[in-house]
Design a protein around this ligand. Structure first.
Ligand code: NAD
Ligand code: MN
Length: 507
């Protein structure tokens, strides 16, 4: 290990253990993952036609490490001409090869990509953590394995589409324009790419501007997998680039994950164009704890539901509803648990809560938390040291929250929990459904009948029972109401990338 690297490790170890010693009776020795495994280039071009090319726009922008504010690399900003090149390249690749390739051949490439993701998983995990701020234990145990699993899963469908939709004659749509957010950069890329490729579409993908690096590493894997050039194109940039992708006339299918505001802009922009559209937007999930629930497990699930990934999760359990009779014990255990969460260096394997993804997101969280205090809710934050540089926010919970408070209505997208109470299942249901969103929900109870009663009445696309934030490539994910429409994952996730002869749209 180079000397500079070792000194840095030593410095971080010392800083982390002294911070921990102050607030916990026993301290874990810090265990930082080495960043030596990743090689970050000074500059990244656009990935078009199987190669990295300079942007015609001539513009570049920096991506930084939110835990240190250090600029990691310069990334090309795709202008309209660049997007046009990416889309026409994707179109040509579709017409010349991909569209007519047998499913079993498409699957071979996808299996290669999946295996490469597994083989290079440590590299991907470290890079994801450096570029986005999430704890290494999450990028290592959640993001990267799930991304590989998505490629494996959809590779399995590629040659079985006729069985998936018997008698319906499924056909690929054409070029998919896909825009993804910064909270699960690699995983969202996998969610978008895998079903599109399995069904025979080609792709122009735009990663989020604060987290482009793992998508660009994936481009390298795609090159190594020998995917025909142009089948996957990756263009970096911010909102304007995204807008150019989704409105390009040769894009047949648009898939977007991000904020409800941008989702609405996109929906307006593609209305009447004949483009297929799926939107996966914000959420304000209810996590509902009944008095008969196993409380210790529920507390762990609540913590996982909102503090996981700094609350940068669209399906985060950001509204906690506790039955009045168990409010005191749940709150007490929750506060105790919050005090033991380790906030800090995302590369440390012990870290529970990492850095907030960007300064802009930090400001948004701060502003909403201030509104909670001003509107009269009671705030609780454990005492913990935060690193001097970087973007950080303490795990926070609010009690005394009214349904009218902004913190109970708006998506905060940070580690902030609003706690409310209820007396009867009917009241829990009414309060939980009282939101413009409908992405996910959680129910904690020992009674199977109550789980079924609640889940059939909750207006949410995904409902977890006695657990929270669990994902699997075989189960569909998506929302109701302002959380969007269309499903990703599972058999359902194939449909948005297909046309069916019976619809009279194919051909
Ligand atoms: P955003 O919706 O602005 O960004 C998501 C993606 O869309 C990024 O790649 C961005 O470059 C792109 N984009 C922005 N404007 C666009 C446009 N007009 N046309 C096409 N693409 C466009 O989200 P954000 O500003 O990064 O975050 C704001 C809020 O959105 C967060 O605080 C959070 O509430 C929510 N959010 C939700 C999710 C989710 O998974 N549902 C993910 C990220 C953010
Ligand atoms: Mn970054």
């Amino acid at each position: 290990m180079p000397e500079r690297e070792r000194d840095e490790l030593e410095r971080r170890k010392a800083a982390a253990s002294s911070a921990l010693a102050e607030r916990t009776p026993f301290a874990y020795a810090s265990a930082p993952e080495s960043s030596e495994i990743v090689r970050i280039e000074d500059r990244y071009g656009l990935f078009i036609g199987g190669e990295f090319v300079e942007p015609k726009s001539g513009r570049w922008f920096g991506t930084l490490n939110p835990a240190t504010e250090e600029v990691l690399s310069e990334v090309a900003e795709a202008g309209p001409e660049d997007v046009d090149l990416a889309v026409t390249t994707a179109r040509a690749a579709w017409e010349e090869s991909w569209r007519d390739l047998p499913g079993r051949e498409r699957a071979k490439y996808m299996y290669r990509i999946a295996r490469q993701l597994q083989e290079r998983s440590r590299e991907f995990a470290v890079l994801e953590t450096i570029d986005g701020g999430k704890p290494i234990k999450e990028s290592r145990d959640v993001d990267v394995p799930l991304a590989a699993a998505h490629f494996f899963y959809y590779a399995g469908w590629a040659d079985k589409l006729d069985y998936a939709f018997p008698g319906r004659l499924p056909r690929p749509i054409g070029v998919a324009g896909q825009v993804i957010p910064w909270n699960f950069p690699l995983l969202m890329a996998a969610w978008k790419l895998a079903p599109a490729l399995a069904t025979g579409n080609t792709v122009v993908l735009k990663p989020a501007e604060t987290t482009p690096l793992t998508a660009l590493l994936l481009a390298e894997v795609i090159q190594e997998a020998d995917l025909p050039p142009g089948v996957v194109n990756i263009v970096t940039g911010a909102g304007e680039t995204g807008s150019n992708v989704v409105t390009h006339e040769a894009v047949d299918k648009v898939a977007f994950t991000g904020s409800t505001d941008v989702g609405k802009i996109i929906q307006r922009a593609v209305a009447g164009t004949g483009k297929h559209l799926t939107l996966e937007l914000g959420g304000k999930a209810a996590n509902i704890v009944f008095e008969d629930a196993a409380l210790d497990q529920a507390v762990e699930g609540i913590v996982n539901g909102i503090y996981f990934n700094q609350g940068h999760v669209c399906c985060a359990g950001s509204r906690l509803f506790v039955q009045e009779s168990v409010f005191e014990p749940v709150l007490e255990r929750l506060k105790e648990r919050l005090a033991t969460l380790r906030v800090g260096d995302p590369l440390d394997k012990n870290t529970d809560v990492g850095a907030i993804n960007s300064k802009q997101q930090l400001r948004k969280i701060e502003e909403l938390v201030e509104s909670g205090v001003e509107e009269g809710a009671e705030i609780y934050q454990p005492a913990c040291d935060l690193p001097a540089r970087g973007y950080w926010f303490r795990p926070t919970l609010f009690t005394g929250v009214a349904q009218s408070h902004r913190i109970a209505r708006e998506e905060i997208f940070g580690p902030v929990l609003s706690v409310l109470t209820f007396r009867t299942p009917e009241e829990a249901l009414e309060k939980a459904n009282n939101t413009p969103y409908g992405l996910s929900a959680g129910v904690w109870t020992e009674k199977g009948s109550r789980i079924l009663w609640m889940t059939s009445r909750l207006r949410a696309g995904v409902i977890w029972a006695n657990t929270f934030n669990r994902f699997d490539p075989s189960s569909p994910f998506g929302g109701y109401k302002e959380s969007g429409f269309g499903r990703e994952g599972g058999l359902h996730g194939l449909e948005p990338y297909l046309e069916f002869e019976e619809d009279g749209r194919a051909g």
